[in-house]
Design a protein around this ligand. Structure first.
Ligand SMILES: *Cc1c(COP(=O)(O)O)cnc(C)c1O
Length: 472
């Protein structure tokens, strides 16, 4: 029984299933999509994007009346994805002028947009003020002056939130931790009162609307969120007591984890710390409850203050990671007699899933063409790039990825594989490295129809932006 559960543990009823031996996404045969739209191929489920957005909203709305779920668009800013989030009642977080442009183009209203970034340009700031967004999250005292100046020039008041770096450690990758004083983000706690004073001293230019903390991505525990919230609350309550100024929102950032491992048998190869981080799940309602508990407001005034607050979440991964997968074909097979390994070479390398190389991120791999067969044969699996690091295991043997991938016996050229949970931080980080046009993106619509929401790039696209003189 256990074996059977492990074999099918990746299945999500109604979304990812094995039907007649083949992987289906919302009932659509995945490998058939590759036949039709080419390989590799990103596939997304609109139903699941809408469901994830609504579920998250519902979970936090059950705990506090005023909430906003600002989808972190850097996780995946495909226009059809943004449109699905918007339709499902989501708001949006942007991290650049380009993401702001995409959010506006997708139809998000100013009061739905928050803007983060450590290095905003004058142009980006002007665009944000001009559109009148909910909050520019201020990353330094310098930036506060920059925004004040831009607002005066435009003759428009800027809504701002102060980003605090709280020195909160999480059990995620160091590269994904953003709440440490050694990270590049935010203002130190010792600078917050100064930032508040300067903001309140410029009422013609600045509306001090909020405070913000983002503790990092794939944060596996409640405590960092709770501590971050309590830290922000302390500043908000203190300011109100001192000056009477009421902050309108507390933004608790993103970082809600998703379970990348499930019950996969290969997980045994991965180090324990890594395993715990990758398989974490947190209930967003519980996160918010723990945060409010930790803040522990007391007395009528504080209770009123906290009730009036809007609490903002900025989930990226949690909304989009498990709504998408990357289909890839096996193009080549080779034996390495000296090591006894069988190698499968695919057409999807780290240029399509950069985290696999950068963070040695685990994406569960299954066969789309033999989905029902026992995944019990170890293979070395690698992508097509001319780079030794382009492999689906941890080349440095750091126990971050399993050394082998288990796939059905006899897997080889002609088979289609699926890297699961690649909806976040894959497509948006994709590149044309090695002269490889980026693949098409297909979305299974809520109607059940498959539609191409981003066309595949062509060889022409590889040269279309270049300016050069042919020597011929
Ligand atoms: C990246 C980022 C997020 C989203 O993080 P997830 O782990 O995808 O939820 C939210 N807020 C800020 C400021 C970010 O930089």
């Amino acid at each position: 029984m256990i074996e059977r559960r492990e074999l099918n543990s990746w299945q999500a009823p109604g979304y990812l299933e094995a039907r007649e031996g083949r992987l289906t996404v919302d009932g659509v045969d995945a490998a058939a999509l590759v036949d039709q739209y080419g390989s590799p191929l990103y596939v997304f489920s609109e139903k699941r994007i809408v469901g994830n957005t609504r579920n998250l909203r519902r979970a936090v709305e059950g705990v506090h009346t005023r909430v906003k779920v600002c989808y972190a668009s850097k996780a995946n800013s495909t226009m059809a994805v943004l449109a699905a989030v918007l339709r499902a009642g989501g708001d949006i977080e942007v991290n650049s002028g380009g993401e702001l442009f995409k959010a506006r183009t997708a139809g998000f209203k100013p009061e739905q947009i928050v803007f983060n970034g450590v290095s905003k340009t004058d142009d980006e700031i002007r665009a944000a003020i001009d559109f009148g967004i909910l909050a520019i999250n201020i990353d330094s005292l310098f930036e506060l002056e920059q925004v004040t100046r831009a607002a005066r020039e435009l003759g428009k008041r800027a809504n701002v939130a102060i980003r605090i770096v709280p020195e909160i450690i999480t059990r995620s990758h160091i590269g994904l931790q953003t709440g440490l004083l050694s990270s590049k983000f935010g203002l130190s706690p010792s600078q917050i009162d100064e930032a508040f004073s300067r903001a309140l001293a410029a009422p013609d230019a600045i509306n001090l609307a909020g405070v913000h903390i983002h503790v990092g991505s794939q944060t596996p525990d409640l405590q960092p969120f709770a501590r971050a919230f309590a830290e922000m609350w302390k500043f908000v309550a203190g300011l109100s007591k001192r000056t009477g100024h009421r902050i309108a929102h507390i933004n608790i950032g993103g970082g809600l984890p998703i379970d990348y491992l499930g019950e996969t048998p290969m997980a045994a190869d991965i180090g324990e710390r890594e395993r715990e981080m990758l398989s974490a799940t947190l209930d967003p309602g519980e996160v918010l409850r723990a945060a409010l508990d930790e803040a522990a407001p007391s007395g009528k005034q504080e209770l009123e203050l906290i009730e009036g607050l809007t609490i903002i979440f900025e989930p990226g991964r949690r909304i989009i990671a498990d709504t998408g997968l990357l289909l890839t074909s096996v193009c080549n097979i080779k034996e390495r007699p000296e090591t006894g390994d069988t190698w499968l070479l695919t057409d999807a390398g780290y240029s399509l899933a950069l985290s696999m190389a950068m963070y040695k991120w685990y994406y569960h791999l299954i066969s789309a063409t033999r989905a029902k067969e026992s995944h019990d044969t170890p293979y070395k699996v690698a992508g097509p790039l001319c780079d030794s690091g382009d492999v689906y295991f941890d080349l440095e043997r750091g126990a971050r990825l399993p050394n082998y991938r288990l796939l059905p016996q006899g897997t080889g050229p002609g088979d289609v594989l699926a890297l699961l949970n690649t909806g976040a931080y894959a497509l948006d980080q994709a590149s044309q490295y090695n002269g490889r046009p980026k693949p098409a993106v297909v979305m299974i619509r809520e109607s059940g129809e498959a539609s191409v929401v981003r066309r595949a790039e062509t060889y022409e696209d590889l040269v279309s932006l270049d300016n050069w003189v042919s020597s011929q």
